[in-house]
Design a protein around this ligand. Structure first.
Ligand SMILES: [Zn+2]
Length: 132
């Protein structure tokens, strides 16, 4: 599975980060991992979510949450002089005026954006703030 091998790469990237190694030395664990996934990156978010427990099993990321930022695909239209959001399956045409463009602004991302590590000490539960 394509997504599984991508996640294996993510886990490797997380485990080699200085911050992660420092945290693991002090008995901390990786709490959550943030990814940025563009809609035209060819990666299926549902498949990533499904593959995460398998990819993280037995690694420093075991039991960590996977949080995915879904990045819409946009192009720059020289005709509209504006950035326009395109549907993931559309050709590179401006959705507003139909002007062809080859200039994708975003949507191809697949990147590890952040890592959250918990300290070895149990953290106090968050106190819910009552609105009353
Ligand atoms: Zn346009």
């Amino acid at each position: 599975m394509h997504e599984l091998s991508l996640l294996t790469g993510v886990v490797q990237a997380v485990s080699t980060q200085d911050a992660t190694q420092e945290a693991l030395r002090t008995g901390a664990t990786v709490e959550a991992v943030g990814l940025k996934v563009g809609r035209r990156s060819g990666v299926v978010i549902e498949a990533l979510t499904a593959a995460w427990p398998i990819a993280s099993s037995g690694t420093c990321c075991e039991n960590a949450r996977l949080e995915i930022e879904d990045v819409p695909a946009t192009i720059w239209c020289a005709n509209c002089v504006a950035e326009q959001e395109i549907d993931e399956f559309f050709a590179l045409l401006c959705p507003v005026c139909g002007h062809p463009t080859a200039e994708m602004r975003q949507g191809k991302e697949f990147a590890l954006t952040w890592i959250e590590v918990a300290s070895g000490e149990p953290s106090p539960p968050a106190t819910p703030q009552s609105a009353t």
